[in-house]
Design a protein around this ligand. Structure first.
Ligand SMILES: CCCCCC/C=C\CC(=O)SCCNC(=O)CCNC(=O)[C@H](O)C(C)(C)COP(=O)(O)OP(=O)(O)OC[C@H]1O[C@@H](n2cnc3c(N)ncnc32)[C@H](O)[C@@H]1OP(=O)(O)O
Length: 305
């Protein structure tokens, strides 16, 4: 599979990449974006952890994460997301994708902590490459990406949302969004910090990153982390209206402008991908970091209700 930035996929995906995309959505499709039928289109794109509901008439696909219980970004989910996005991008019928969750109350809980704890350096290398790949694929996508954030959106969830062109958040005080890495005893890599700064500015990022702030909807709107906060049952329809606004602009002019705005940030990572991987691996392998992550994961497991 020719991927722009060279992520290594699990062996079965390399041998038969579309094995990850076999349809598992048959009989479960909901109505597609723009009111069109998901039908045959859904069969083209669905995978186990990523439901894709394409609407060829509007040129918009709704992509839903389905990795219960909390859409944590396992290697499999990261891989399927990259492949699904690539597939939609390569189909010239589509001009926009709405990213949302098929799991109740959670958009994504961020990186899968079980991928970060107790594994070996080779695993961390593969995992971090996949994280980089998803970010590059989303951040530099020529499509319009709109995040319909219908649940909690911490850390890696926020990173996916930040890579989109526009963010619509459901107005539920439990749906916090932000980069809370410091609370886990880890730090945000420079390229995600840059994305935060590009979105909410330097001072707000400096404060939010150090404090590991998770913003409730009203504050997320105020700080500029999301573009709209709407009642929960209007998240998808609002995302579709936003999409229509972005698609009203001629593609070539919008795409060139997007590239102009984002290239420097992406290039900083592209220039030093291997060093970034090495940094991540040596950081995550430290005993002290492993201990912090395990304590955090244990607290999560004990905290019920
Ligand atoms: C250089 C260092 C690396 C830098 C990397 C920087 C980039 C990103 C970092 C990350 O993304 S780290 C992940 C940070 N994520 C979080 O802090 C979120 C943690 N989760 C929650 O706050 C809550 O789970 C939720 C998302 C608000 C949902 O709450 P809810 O009450 O609905 O569900 P829970 O009961 O808490 O969880 C259910 C089940 O899922 C497990 N779980 C939750 N989050 C994760 C996760 N991120 N990874 C793995 N597993 C997760 C949780 O432990 C429960 O498991 P069980 O107890 O049922 O086994």
């Amino acid at each position: 599979m020719a991927l722009a930035s060279g992520v290594r996929f699990p062996a079965r995906a390399l041998l038969r990449p579309w094995s990850l995309l076999r349809d598992t959505t048959l009989g479960r499709s909901e109505p597609a974006a723009g009111g069109g039928g998901g039908g045959d289109g859904a069969r083209l794109f669905g995978s186990q952890r990523v439901l894709v509901e394409p609407d060829a008439a509007s040129g918009v696909a709704v992509m839903k994460f389905r990795n219960p219980p909390v859409n944590s970004l396992s290697l499999e989910l990261l891989t399927e997301l990259v492949i699904s996005l690539e597939k939609v991008e390569n189909d010239k019928t589509f001009r926009g994708v709405i990213l949302t969750s098929a799991c109740p109350r959670v958009f994504s809980a961020g990186l899968d902590l079980t991928e970060l704890c107790g594994r070996n350096p080779a695993h961390y290398t593969e995992y971090w490459k996949a994280v980089q790949e998803l970010w590059l694929r989303t951040y530099l996508s020529s499509l319009v990406l709109v995040a319909a954030i219908n649940g909690a959106c911490p850390a890696g969830g926020c990173i996916i949302a930040l890579a989109c062109d526009c963010r619509v958040l459901a107005d539920n005080p439990k749906y916090h969004i932000g980069l809370n890495e410091t609370l886990l005893g880890i730090t945000t890599p420079f390229w995600l910090k840059d994305t935060y700064v590009n979105t909410i500015g330097h001072r707000a990022s400096e404060q939010a990153l150090q404090l590991g702030s998770l913003f409730p909807p009203s504050e997320a709107l105020q700080v500029g982390l999301v573009d709209q906060v709407v009642p929960e049952d209007q998240v998808l329809s609002t995302a579709l209206s936003e999409m229509a606004r972005w698609l009203a602009v001629p593609d070539h002019a919008r795409q060139l402008t997007k590239t102009m705005m984002r290239k420097a940030t992406a290039d900083r990572l592209l220039r030093q991908r291997d060093a970034d991987i090495q940094n991540f691996v040596s950081f995550i392998c430290r005993d002290s970091i492993q201990k912090s992550l395990q304590v955090y994961l244990e607290k999560l497991r004990q905290r019920k209700g």
